[in-house]
Design a protein. Sequence first.
Length: 221
Amino acid sequence: MNGRSTQHPQQGLPTADRRKLLHERRYDIRGYEREDGMIDVEGKIVDLKPNSFENHDRDYVPAGEPLHEMQLRLTIDHNFKIQKSVAATLYSPYAMCPGATDAYTRLEGLTIGPGFNKRASQAIGTVFGCTHITEMLRAMGTVAFQSMWPIVRRKEEEAKARREAEGGTGGEKPKQKPGLLSSCHAHSPWSEVVERNWPEFFEPEAEAEALAKMDARKDGS
């Protein structure tokens, strides 16, 4: 298998019924390596309507002009700690919306990892933040890990090369359970990906156990 669906390898989703566009939301989230070694994760959310409409604060929103356009930039170190957070609102339905951006400075000092979404929401404060920026923030956390991955691998390879240059392994640390294990279909304990990358954590019998638990929950047992 090449990672693509065999059911619709060319078109992706099946052809849809006849329909008309009502709303379009775009996310653009990118990770950058900075010259100082830290990572910038920068996100933008844009909401568009195919039709023009009246708006109290903006008078009139023409078709194709963003209803929402917000941006957020997180600067994180190699421990995934947020060193700087800055947000901006370019388009919004209400004139007061840009006042929510200051709340995102309160993300500074938080570490992206397990429980981050809950801690971030508490730090921002629901009534002080922006629904759309906070929704995008959840995806930015995973982009942070994707962006940091090649840097972590590079550091591991450099450390290995140093140990070998010094004439030994330097006492390799025992392997820890990968954070990605059991996080999705491809990283399930019985998958070929886990067997290839982390054979010591490969558990082919775990699939039957997981299915049995799901069936038990379905039956209300």
